[in-house]
Design a protein around this ligand. Structure first.
Ligand code: AMP
Ligand code: MG
Length: 345
């Protein structure tokens, strides 16, 4: 892999122009979005896209999401645009929603992970939009972490994982959502306009999508581990994800049950992820607060997992989040970080 002197750029117009020049030259740039930071390259340029896979050490069959800044760009990417997709685009774009659609031959198979479909998203982050405009091409961009580790929610996280692997990172501050986009596909329900299936939950919740159609389904891979070799609706589901170096265990139940579990099982080197300070009041165990509401938890989750690693923790006990609303996205990431280890005290 090429070795780079990675430069940190600010979000100014001049910096965006510099970053766009890298992209036009077939290079990869770290880009802020409203979800997490992405590793962006020209989605139509096979060689450029191969550099994303190399920089992340990402398996070749895990597809990339293609980012656009204007709806007119979608015709070169998606071969078909069902009415329900148009409705979703009007309602949720720009924003953290990715739609899986049949791809045109313009989109190289390396971008789509070998699939004949492609995930498309129009981000709302002004720097991401400016970068797509300045590059003049749609940008393939997965999360800017090394494959398997927690997604980056600030430029420092990107630098930690990508230093020397890419030429530039644009620092656009902390990401707002903190979890990756909601990924959906469309299913024919035999009647009406069709159904929406959630392949990966995010800030756009099932409740929000049910304003478009009453038939919103959640793929079973969202909440459960996929069996080895099983066919999956979304390749990302089968990979180890978001995992810090520490062994993570989720604990179901109340704050009190969590505190009792921690009291019984904590060892030297155990760190807790709690919703609020009072969750382990009186216990002498280091802890990191991830926040009270599902929105706060989503915003802080990946940073908290990285912080846990920085303490050198061998083991992390975390309270099991709710699956309501944005909580489903938090739960989906945390059960993967925990390799599906959930205990009921
Ligand atoms: P990342 O950008 O790293 O969070 O990864 C994007 C994720 O979106 C992948 O891991 C897939 O799970 C999902 N995805 C992207 N394109 C498709 C597609 N064509 N079909 C199904 N899932 C997709
Ligand atoms: Mg990712």
């Amino acid at each position: 892999m090429a070795k780079y002197q990675t430069v940190m750029l600010d979000g100014s117009e001049l910096s965006v122009k510099k970053a766009a020049a890298f992209i036009r030259a077939g290079e990869v740039v770290g880009m802020p979005t409203e979800t997490v930071y992405g590793l962006a390259a020209d989605a139509f340029n096979e060689n450029a896209v191969s550099k994303i896979f190399a920089a992340k050490e990402r398996p070749a069959d895990n597809p990339l999401i293609v980012h656009i800044s204007d709806l007119s760009m979608i015709t070169g990417i998606a071969a078909e645009l069902p009415q329900i997709a148009v409705t979703c685009a009007k309602r949720f774009w720009p924003g953290p929603l990715t739609m899986v659609l049949p791809k045109t031959p313009n989109v190289p198979l390396i971008t789509s992970g070998g699939l004949n479909t492609v995930g498309v998203r129009m981000p709302s982050h002004p720097v991401a939009r400016a970068l797509i405009d300045a590059a003049g091409v749609p940008l393939a961009a997965p999360s800017a972490n090394l494959s398997g580790s927690p997604s980056p929610t600030c430029a420092a996280h990107v630098l930690k994982d990508m230093n020397g692997r890419i030429p530039a990172i644009i620092d656009g501050g902390e990401c707002d959502a903190g979890v990756e986009s909601t990924v959906i596909c469309f299913e024919d329900d035999g009647v009406g306009d069709g159904a929406i299936k959630i392949l990966r939950p995010g800030r756009i919740t099932a409740q929000m999508l049910s304003e478009v159609t009453p038939d919103v389904r959640i793929d079973k891979g969202v909440l459960h581990a996929v069996e080895n070799g099983a066919k999956v609706a979304s390749p990302g589901m089968k990979y180890k994800h978001y995992a810090p170096k520490a062994k993570v265990t989720l604990v179901e139940g109340s704050a009190r049950q969590f505190a009792i579990y921690v009291y019984k099982h904590a060892q030297p080197g155990t760190v807790c992820l709690v919703f609020r300070d009072t969750d382990i009041e009186g216990l002498d165990v280091p802890y990191i607060v991830i926040g009270d509401t599902p929105e706060e938890q989503a915003h802080r989750l990946f940073a908290a997992l990285r912080e846990a690693d920085e303490t050198g923790a061998a083991e992390v006990f975390a309270r099991c989040p709710t699956t309501e609303g944005v909580g489903l996205a938090v739960y989906n990431r945390m059960i993967r970080a925990a390799a599906f280890r959930v205990v009921k005290p």
